[in-house]
Design a protein around this ligand. Sequence first.
Ligand code: BMA
Length: 342
Amino acid sequence: MTPSVWSRNPPLIERHPDNPILTAADWPYRANTVFNPGATMLLDGTTLLLCRVEDMRGHSHLTVARSKDGISNWEIDNEPTLLPDIENFTEELWGIEDPRITYVPELEQYAILYTSYSRGGPGVSMAMTRDFRTFERLGVVMSPEDKDAALLPRRIHGEWALIHRPVGFMGAHMWISFSNDLKHWGTHKLMLEARRGAWWDANKIGLCNPPIETPRGWLAVYHGVRQTCAGCIYRLGLALFDLEAPETCLIRGDEWIFGAETDYELVGDVGNVVFPCGHVVQPDGDTLRLYYGAADHCVAMATTRISSLLDWLDRHGHHYVTRQSDGEVDGQGHYRDHDQRL
Ligand code: BMA
């Protein structure tokens, strides 16, 4: 047991005092909830959030909110920005949710990965945009059940890389897949496994905001889902992945770094949930703003530093190797792994 488990540390991530920064009451039209926004900073310094808005049927669409300081005076599109297009993309039948935005310099466009909720379950869909006013849909890129996806901003050894979270009978783990054209995906690799047993991130994990490229690797915030008798608890953890082989996890933290504590995180349509889908790095290149959905009903913001997260991983993380083939299935079909820590 490392001493860090017992020591009280100053908070690594600080909530903004004005939280929640956006709720359905701020919306220019009728909505049940506003949460889980994708985020980016535009060239002129404006913070853009692409918010998931749930209507009074329970179906979601995406709407843009812009702010000069990223905290207040939001200008919200008067109508839904991106509605499900059920005629042309039937997989969007029950709504579109949880967008992650990546700016892709090579294409001079933003790639938006979002959940399309079809009769077959939730899958991963993709759309490209230059201005968040017109969008080109690429359709489903990962079939159900799959979600929590984001594109890396550049090619890795000539190929685009997409992180996603398929659900299988062995659990819900993070995978990464590669493509030459953004449409056909293959070379699927297990990237990070949910742990098992009593762990906070047992059985089900998923990427939060898109990974951040640092000189030491791709820094990823992920959520872990603890299933309890009283419902699920969504908390955040940290991992670092190799820059040129992003399927390789270099360091993973054992403890969660952020979880629901405040009223607006504990109580909502789904309490005990913090769920960032976007971040903005401030002009100093280090200050990181995480935009997150709280309790599936509002949008909140919390601040940290990239350097502090890396430092935290150095102090609290384990060097870690994702197992591609060193586990085995026994005669009863039970998976056995050699790393008892997972
Ligand atoms: C996940 C997603 C998120 C949601 C979370 C908690 O599966 O559907 O959109 O915030 O559950 O309800």
